[in-house]
Design a protein around this ligand. Structure first.
Ligand code: SF4
Ligand code: SF4
Length: 155
């Protein structure tokens, strides 16, 4: 991998964007096709009628919320260049930029920084591993030593 690509795909927080479940994914496109197909069939009208046949469809509105989220959570470039795709603004990107850091690995307090709280439920282990890896061994080629991105993928 070229160093330039590695940097583009390394988020300020130390996550590797190519590992993210939303990055260039297939499911967003499929979700869009499914929504279109359901609209063509006017499935909403069918679901609106209470009936013993298909009582599960009483949850159709909730299903559409998830379906639209799947459609919208897609990105094709790393958050370093795109600015991130979270529904809530990322606090880490502006913090690094204001300080002139390439990433939080340059910051003396990343181990205790509160801005990582929102990442912990899904990516807590990989974020800290990656930041320590870059801080201790340098940036070049670091991604070969990264951990799987999600907590449930950890060995
Ligand atoms: S948007 Fe923020 S928290 Fe999300 S990957 Fe990029 S730097 Fe990390
Ligand atoms: S305070 Fe340091 S560790 Fe926290 S987001 Fe800003 S640069 Fe990253």
């Amino acid at each position: 991998m070229q160093e330039e690509n590695e940097k583009d795909l390394t988020a300020y927080c130390g996550l590797y964007c190519a590992d993210c479940i939303h990055f260039r994914n297939k499911h967003s496109e499929l979700a869009g096709q499914l929504k279109e197909s359901l609209e063509d069939a006017d499935f909403q009208s069918y679901a609106n009628v209470k009936s013993p046949f298909g009582s599960e469809f009483q949850h159709y509105d909730s299903f559409l919320i998830v379906l639209e989220a799947l459609m919208n959570h897609s990105c094709s470039e790393g958050c370093r260049n795109s600015g991130g795709y979270s529904t809530e603004p990322c606090q880490i990107i502006p913090c690094c930029r204001e300080k002139g850091y390439e990433g939080c690995w340059e910051c003396g307090i990343f181990e205790t920084c509160e801005k990582f709280e929102s990442l912990k439920p899904r990516c807590g282990a990989s974020v800290m591993h990656n930041l320590r890896e870059i801080r201790e061994n340098g940036f070049k080629g670091w991604s070969k030593l990264r951990k799987p991105i999600y907590n449930w993928q950890q060995a």
